[in-house]
Design a protein around this ligand. Sequence first.
Ligand code: PMP
Ligand code: GLN
Length: 398
Amino acid sequence: MPVAGGSVAGPMSRTPHLVSRLQGFGTTIFAEMSALASETGAVNLGQGFPDTDGPTEISEAAVAAIRAGHNQYPPGPGIPELRHAVAEHQRRFYRLDFDPQSEVLVTAGATEAITAALLALCEVGDEVVMFEPYYDSYGAATAMAGAQRVVVTLRPPDYGFDVDALAAAVSAKTRAILLNSPHNPTGKVFSAAELEAVARICIEHDLICITDEVYEHLVFEGEHIPIATLGGMAERTITISSAGKTFSFTGWKIGWACARPDLLGAVRTAKQFLTYVNGAPFQHAVALGLGLGDEVYRGLAADLRTKRDRLCAGLRSAGFEVYPPAGTYFVTTDIRPFGVEDGMAFCRELPYRCGVVAVPNVVFYDNLVEGRHLVRFAFCKRLDVLDDAVARLEKLST
Ligand code: PMP
Ligand code: GLN
């Protein structure tokens, strides 16, 4: 039985020893599905990680940093070179000004930045508004902070939302809105008008916006607009991103948060007691990566666009209803054309039926009925791997 929060657990199962606020979070769907892929030898289009390395100059910079002896604890907030590179990146792409000393914090991936922000800002019992489907760690991190999530549903085909529903989700207990654009798992890139609606509500109710922008450079249609660029938002937004998706080094776990000093100071306090620091040599490499030319960023997005188009066409011809993503490296499909509705059962059987692994979107929903029939495929894989997966999926309708 799927349990909201991106995880799976047996019916009514309780995990021994685990505190009640984390009961039900079980094992993440990504771990379950990647294990299923290795067990069955299926093509893994489940967990989102590229099957090729990012730019060689970045990986060489990590090797050089190890050889140069950057192997001990880096400074708590991150090495100065990386904090400067993040600030410069925000200026270069979005004209956002952050002081590298007081307004940039390096974290163990975006995951730690999000968790630290929630732990730092939420009192027990506070509410955090987020759109569903939501990335799995949001549910668990909100629970760890003792806060409650309140969801507003994004619905296909365009994954728009009802502004009145968003306004109605805000109560006297709401502390923050947790936003993710470009959005995992739908691939939605929030429009200027949608971001303005979110901003208006944040301002009206004096809320903080925690924004997860890890897919900021993986945009194929439209434009990524950081919500911090909207009027009245810079002072109430914590902008979070990471190098994993942009540069195809998901295992390095170098992320960052940018915010005005008072907000960032709160996040830093929580962060220093989570990991304290991480990835010293990788911080050097990512500092170099962020400074690479526009053609590198464009090249990575162009490569993914080709892969998106290839997989979307293949899934359509295999019989899925496809919702082509404007960004990220995931595509959501509807499985009802196959005469079935249960995405969880479908994904658990898929490796045995045709040798492919995907992720059931239902785990990203609190309102299970909204996501029951939706299944996500990752296209950050080599073209021959995508073609192989499609050839296998074609068998579903024969
Ligand atoms: N947010 C979203 C929406 C994600 O898809 C992911 C997975 N990369 C993360 C955060 C986690 O990022 P990181 O690996 O940098 O912790
Ligand atoms: N972000 C990746 C995805 O959505 C997974 C990362 C993880 O396994 N936690 O597939």
